[in-house]
Design a protein around this ligand. Structure first.
Ligand code: ADP
Length: 891
């Protein structure tokens, strides 16, 4: 009897071998020496993951229980391979041209890249496949336990072994399934390991079969006799079940995520399908050849109640054939592990691409796509998804407690996965199929599948018996296994019939009633007419008419002359004299590279793809395009910043220029003003001095009058010149400020008395002395000059009958303001902004200065760091002097 330890050693050795093969295949592929890895044989063998442990062990059990019905499981895929290979070819072509990464991706691409649909398919797949993974784990454990039972000295812990098997498979899938992201990059390591496992399981099953027929039964004749004698030969065939299960297995063969992975995603060359179309049915035939003999002999040999699911193991063991049993164990182990690894890989791609990444992207916002760490996040997401899926399978196994409940899961899973079929096939052949239709069909099918098959079939009393018998709330027509009161059907047939027919009905009706979006239309056309559009399995190809379009596009990107030169060179190289080059794959690839230099590789690929139609834009393309456009955007925004800087400089120059012109105009105006102001007093001085000189006999009184005028005018002249001098000193910034400490009240007091001195009827000044007790540190003379000017203005211009001036000091948070408000009629609002200009006077007739006073005030306050402004809204004229903050000296 083989000890458990030997078995574990063999098993570990086998795993190491698998790792080695996968590793070597990956290395070969990386080195570019992968020709034989891409052979049709490997492709065909990799398809054999269809045969899981459920088929390896289960087919014999199935035959022992239900006779020939097990054949349906092989019949479905055979029919698909032989009878529908053109459909598969279309699937593979689309998969390649659209760079599809999973079945969820395919469905979502077909229906306008809808992520909702992808999520639906992903969820359906996870729910359908998780129990199936659990089933594989169970089969490994069961086969271990067979050896453990036969080896009494062993210490075998079922729970621990499942855990380690699951963990090991997760590590394998992560190591070889998530090396890179590129949809074009095949997982050579995994596929080669799977192909090796396919050989092992076939050899194992054939060996057991040959042993049973020739070693136990004694040849073909006696075996046939045994079959005739057994119950299996007599079993009635239920036609409904036959048809249903054949159909189901056919549907599952196309729709199972793991099958899609090896058949479409991992496909290297469309022509491999041609080989697989006959070789894979042959493989299935060999796999099923000895199922019945093993079942019959097992039933004969082994005691009543022995689990027929394990006959493949127990028959050799019972005959003392330890080596054979070990081989058989490896066959079952291979079936289970290859399925689990590929399924976990396929599901993880779906989960990460359609659930994890969209959530991550939306939580990160746009910046994430630009920053370029997407790739590593995607890889992490896939790895974590694999671990999570394996954990789900493991926990499902632990929770369901294994046992018979799991055995029925295979078909239940098939029925669930088959719900994808209407959306898939409809999408391939019917342009009118829409996203809403697909969603409706999937939802209806999924709900019915869960209700009529999954919940009743899953065991563990998930669905109460009362609901099964009387329907929910006693509604008989809603009984899960007799919908609409159609009772008496086999539960499987019933569930498949209702779920798929209503699924199809919902799909068709909703498609007809809904309106496809533009992208859906486009994708629909690309899918349905893939053979007209696409460029074949490898590279680009186009028609001569497309050269014209390519030329036009290239001219726009490369520039007219460069594009023409490039095209001419290519024509010459192709051996032509003139005209355009043929759009051969070589030419198109070069053009893509040439354009890629200008617009980025992804964008170039997408652009050429748009014209020759060989490939449409995948998510990876879009990410890459987004990446590139982000770079372009950054570059152009830098350019934009530069150009706006330039235009700002230009604007500043223009402003400076206008200012200069204005200043020059002002200077002219100023000069003419000054000469005018000077001439007026000069004229009267000259006139009166002439009178005094030339007029004889002038009376004394007149002499006094005239000389007073001359004196006054001379004074005015002096004042004017003083003011002008003052202003020019202030404006040129050559003033020296003599800052000193002093009291604001005192400055005001001095200013009032100076301003009003000499007036016969000085105006009344109102003040709040208490507010004026503020110590300043400033040029007090200059400040006083401003105050004097304002007070004198009020004296000169206030037109009230009883002129009055109120001086108020405010202190708002350390900001000192002195307001001068009189009770005259004030300054009209249109003149308010202008009075601070030089020579600005509101009314010329009024006796007054040359209009320089306020201009000087403004200059002084500016020098002191404060300002003076007109306060509109008061009744009379109102001015506010704002002292700078630091003017206030510390007490
Ligand atoms: P000036 O030095 O000739 O007095 P200002 O620059 O001080 O000139 O004042 C400009 C003009 O503002 C004056 O011609 C006058 O019309 C007007 N103005 C100034 N203060 C007052 C006031 N308190 N009431 C009415 N008008 C005033």
């Amino acid at each position: 009897m083989a000890s458990l330890n030997v078995l574990i050693l063999v098993c570990l050795g086998y795993v190491v071998l698998l790792f080695g093969v996968a590793f070597a295949a990956d290395r070969l592929a990386a080195a570019g020496r992968s020709t034989w890895l891409r052979s049709p044989l490997i492709y065909t063998l990799s398809l054999s993951i269809y045969c899981t442990a459920w088929t390896f062990y289960g087919a014999v059990g199935y035959a022992a229980r239900s006779g020939l019905e097990f054949v349906t499981i092989y019949l479905g895929p055979t029919l698909v391979m032989i009878g529908w290979w053109w459909g598969l070819r279309k699937l593979v072509r689309i998969g390649r041209s659209q760079r599809v990464t999973s079945i969820a991706d395919l469905i979502s691409s077909r229906y306008g890249k809808s992520n909702t649909l992808a999520i639906c398919v992903t969820i359906l797949a996870v729910i359908g496949v998780t129990p199936y993974i659990a089933l594989q784990l169970q089969s490994i454990t069961l086969s271990f336990s067979i050896f453990a039972e036969a080896d009494p000295g062993s210490h075998y812990y079922e729970g621990a072994s499942v855990f380690w098997v699951a963990a090991g498979l997760a590590v394998f899938a992560i190591l070889f399934g998530t090396r890179n992201l590129d949809a074009n990059e095949r997982h050579h390591g995994v596929v080669t390991a799977v192909a090796l496992e396919a050989v092992v399981k076939l050899v194992a099953l054939l060996a057991v079969g040959i042993f049973v027929v020739w070693g136990v039964a004694g040849g073909v004749g006696p075996t046939l006799d045994r079959i005739d004698a057994s119950e299996i030969g007599q079993w009635q065939v239920d036609r409904g079940r036959w048809a249903t299960i054949t159909f189901l297995s056919a549907a599952a063969f196309v729709c199972l995520p793991r099958m899609f992975q090896v058949m479409v995603v991992e496909n290297d060359d469309e022509r491999h399908l041609r080989t697989a179309a006959w070789a894979f049915p042959l493989y299935l035939l060999l796999m099923s050849l000895f199922v019945v003999p093993i079942a019959v002999v097992g039933l004969d040999l082994l005691p009543q109640g022995a689990n027929p699911d394990l006959f493949v193991l127990t028959v050799p063991l019972s005959q003392g054939q330890d080596g054979l049993a070990m081989l058989s164990f490896l066959g079952g182990f291979s079936s289970a592990t290859s399925m689990v690894i590929v399924a976990a890989m396929a599901l993880s791609t779906m989960v990460s691409n359609h659930i994890v990444i969209p959530i991550w992207l939306s939580s990160k916002g746009r910046g994430a796509v630009v920053s370029g760490d997407v790739r590593s996040v995607v890889l992490y997401a896939r790895r974590v998804s694999i671990a999570v899926i394996m954990a789900l399978g493991y926990f499902y196994y632990r929770l369901s407690g294994g046992g018979a409940a799991l055995a029925s899961i295979g078909l239940i899973a098939f029925a669930g996965i088959a719900q994808i079929l209407p959306a898939l096939v409809g999408g391939l052949f019917w342009r009118g199929a829409t996203r809403i239709g697909a969603l409706a069909g999937l939802t209806v099918g999924f709900v019915l599948w869960v209700y009529t098959l999954l919940l009743p079939g899953i065991g563990g009393e998930v669905m109460p018996q009362s609901v099964l018998d009387q329907g929910p709330f006693g509604w008989g027509w809603l009984r899960p296994q007799a919908l609409f009161d159609i009772a008496g059907l086999d539960p499987m047939v019933h569930a498949v019939m209702w779920s798929l027919s209503l699924n199809m009905a919902a799909f068709c009706i909703a498609s007809v009633l809904s309106f496809p979006r533009p992208l859906e239309r486009l994708q629909g056309a690309q899918f349905v007419n893939v053979f007209e559009h696409s460029a074949g399995p490898r590279g680009w190809s186009g028609s001569a008419a497309q050269s014209e379009d390519l030329m036009i596009m290239s001219q726009r990107i490369l520039g007219a002359r460069e594009a023409q030169e490039f095209f001419r060179a290519q024509t010459v190289e192709q051996g032509g004299r003139g005209g355009l080059p043929e759009p051969t794959p070589v030419f198109l690839e070069r053009l893509e590279r040439e354009l890629g230099g200008s617009v980025g590789a992804a964008a170039a690929h997408a652009m050429i793809g748009q014209i020759v139609g060989g490939s449409s834009v995948s998510v990876e393309d879009l990410l890459a395009v987004a990446d590139e456009s982000a770079q372009l955007l950054e570059y152009s925004s830098r350019l934009e910043a530069k150009s706006s800087e330039l235009s700002q400089t230009a604007l500043k120059l223009r402003e400076a220029n206008t200012k200069l012109t204005q200043i020059s105009l002002q200077k002219d105006a100023f000069l003419s003003q000054v000469s005018h102001e000077l001439r007026t007093p000069m004229t009267s001085i000259r006139a009166f001095s002439e009178i005094l000189r030339d007029t004889e006999g002038l009376g004394l009184e007149e002499q006094v009058r005239y000389s007073t005028i001359i004196h006054d005018e001379a004074l005015r002249l002096t004042r004017l010149l003083d003011d002008l001098l003052d202003l020019s000193v202030l404006e040129s910034g050559q003033v020296n400020l003599n800052r000193a400490r002093g009291d604001l009240g005192d400055v005001l007091e001095r200013s009032v008395s100076t301003a009003l001195a000499g007036w016969s009827n000085p105006l009344i000044v109102k003040r709040h002395f208490s507010n004026e007790r503020i110590v300043l540190y400033s040029d007090l003379d200059r400040l006083g000059q401003v105050f004097i000017n304002l007070i004198a203005n009020a004296q000169k211009y206030c037109d009230a009958p009883d002129p009055e001036l109120t001086i108020t000091v405010h202190d708002v948070w350390g900001q000192i303001m002195v307001d001068f408000v009189d009770n005259g009629s004030g300054i009209p609002s249109d003149a308010q902004s202008m009075i601070f200009e030089k020579f600005a006077r509101v009314s010329a007739e009024k006796a007054g200065g040359a209009g320089l006073g306020l201009a000087i005030c403004k200059e002084i306050m500016q020098r002191l760091g404060g300002d003076v402004s007109y306060l509109s809204g008061k009744e009379g004229a109102a001015f506010r002097v704002r002292l700078p903050k630091e003017e206030r000296a510390a007490m």
